[in-house]
Design a protein around this ligand. Structure first.
Ligand code: PMT
Length: 219
């Protein structure tokens, strides 16, 4: 039985990929399965939290007692998160959010013509940074999925996005990260770091939430 260390707290988190339409039949996305985010949601319920998960398109059943909001695009994910953020104590950005979207979504299916074609992309808003900038900001935790210089990029995101904590996920190893059943994380905060070695995602989720609860006490 997990200790109820999150009793009385509300957790808002994002999970899965976002999906950006190109035309009515095509989109840009990534390989996030939602497994890590849903493991966090399940572990947080066990630990006594009230949980809202804003999920991109994934094939996962909703664990018991969780409020689930389904979205597709990054803008939809941002809107759903910003509607919930003011009554949340903790936010975890576990979703693999598309950094760019198509500048002009075609209303009809794009037909083949030349050998090459180019898609104009524009930057998406940053959901995590928007939460961190909110006047009633919850304890804000990000993930950093990286394939090289993992610690360096994660610490840069911790500072640049003004986060309380970041979980660095080295996704160069296929057994940890996108669509795997196991994962490993290095967690950074302003004055410390902690290694969470490879294990199944639910165990890792419990360990990450325990670290978050400890850091919230000292913050
Ligand atoms: O879903 P799984 O298959 O289980 O895989 C889990 C995972 C690999 C997706 C997860 O562990 C993970 O690392 N999630 C973050 C993926 C990511 O997009 O990282 P990033 O380094 O590009 O983004 C940094 C942080 O900013 C993330 O918290 C992300 O949610 C957030 N972000 C990014 C861009 C954006 N426009 N808005 C954001 O909020």
């Amino acid at each position: 039985f997990a200790p109820k260390i999150l009793q009385g707290l509300s957790l808002l988190l994002t999970a899965g990929p976002t999906r950006e339409a190109i035309d009515p039949v095509r989109y840009i996305s990534n390989h996030s399965s939602g497994k890590m985010g849903f493991a966090l949601a399940k572990a947080a319920i066990e630990m006594g939290a009230k949980v809202t998960i804003v999920a991109g398109p994934v094939n996962i059943e909703t664990p018991l007692n969780i409020n689930r909001i389904n979205v597709e695009s990054t803008q939809e994910m941002l809107d759903a998160v910003m509607q919930q953020v003011h009554h949340s104590d903790i936010f975890i950005g576990c979703a693999a959010v598309c950094d760019y979207r198509v500048a002009d979504i075609a209303t009809d299916k794009i037909k083949k013509s030349a050998h090459e074609m180019a898609l104009a992309l524009v930057r998406n808003p940053d959901i995590l940074a928007s939460v961190a900038a909110h006047p009633q900001r919850p304890f804000t935790v990000g993930f950093a999925a990286e394939t090289q210089d993992v610690a360096h990029y994660a610490k840069d995101k911790l500072k640049r996005k003004n986060l309380d904590m970041i979980a660095a996920n080295d996704v160069s190893d296929p057994s940890q990260g996108f669509n795997s059943d196991t994962n490993a994380l290095t967690v950074f905060w302003s004055h410390g770091q902690y290694e969470l070695p490879a294990t199944d995602k639910l165990t890792l989720a419990r360990q990450l939430l325990t670290l978050i609860a400890q850091q919230m006490k000292t913050a």
